[in-house]
Design a protein around this ligand. Structure first.
Ligand code: AP5
Length: 215
């Protein structure tokens, strides 16, 4: 089964993707994580990507489609969870073509609906484990022992350079201009399902499970 988690920055895509990986043995493909890896590589491309991401703008279609294309060849267990990809109509078309070339198709696109005010709180309070990527929040989901990852025990937590209110405004602008048209695109293809992303993490996860079980 291949699915897309679609939603604005801070909607909970990464949080839900990690739960699905654990529950269903699916493979998470987060273009944000791949780009952050490129950013920390110290290469010329990494520097260019860092500037764009820190401003809250989208990286070029060519770069992200190339990243996804490389991953589709790798073994993928029980299917892919596309997290943060596609983000433009060109990326959506490219994903359809790439999956078809691999003899695969998309089973569901899950739109996570969250209002903008909640996104500001979620994004500015987020921190992640530098070792395993587990996602936390200062107020909503703090680590059980401050500074220690519940999942792997590592003691280095990091905050993203683009998790500021200013960068978030730009990220939201990009979302509404370039990514939200995908809601209509996938609705027209009969693949769209919407869940209330404002609910508690466990409730969102149950709603997603319900969609996947009937797909
Ligand atoms: P990316 O890393 O994809 O960021 P994003 O889409 O902005 O999404 P986030 O990772 O911020 O949020 P999320 O929805 O995963 O939420 P999370 O689960 O962490 O992209 C970053 C940048 O890379 C882009 O701006 C762009 O520059 C570039 N990029 C990436 N992909 C690209 C592409 N395809 N094309 C071009 N450029 C691309 O949750 C957030 C917080 O809320 C956490 O603290 C969490 O604990 C909490 N939380 C989660 N769920 C809930 C809940 N139900 N209730 C309360 N709190 C919750």
């Amino acid at each position: 089964m291949n699915i897309i988690l679609l939603g604005p920055p801070g909607a909970g895509k990464g949080t839900q993707a990690k739960l699905l990986v654990d529950e269903r043995g699916m493979t998470q493909l987060s273009t944000g994580d791949m780009l952050r890896e490129a950013k920390s590589s110290g290469t010329e491309m990494g520097h260019r990507v860092a500037e764009v991401m820190n401003r809250g703008e989208l990286v070029t279609d060519e770069i992200v489609i190339g990243l996804i294309e490389e991953k589709l060849d790798a073994p993928h267990g029980n299917g892919f969870i596309f997290d943060g990809f596609p983000r433009t109509l060109a990326q959506a078309d490219a994903l359809g073509a790439l999956l078809a070339r691999h003899g695969q198709h998309l089973d569901a696109v899950i739109e996570m609906q969250v209002d903008d005010a909640a996104l500001v709180e979620r994004v500015t309070g987020r921190y992640t484990c530098a070792n395993c990527g587990a996602v936390y929040h200062d107020r909503i989901k703090p680590a059980a022992t401050a500074g220690v990852c519940d999942a792997c025990g590592a003691t280095q937590m990091v905050r993203r350079a683009d998790d500021t209110e200013d960068a978030l405004k730009q990220r939201l602008m990009e979302y509404y201009k370039k990514t939200s048209p995908l809601i209509g695109y996938y609705y027209a293809k009969g693949a769209l399902y919407s869940v209330d992303g404002l609910a508690e993490i466990g409730i969102v996860s149950a709603a997603i499970r319900k969609v996947l079980d009937k797909t």
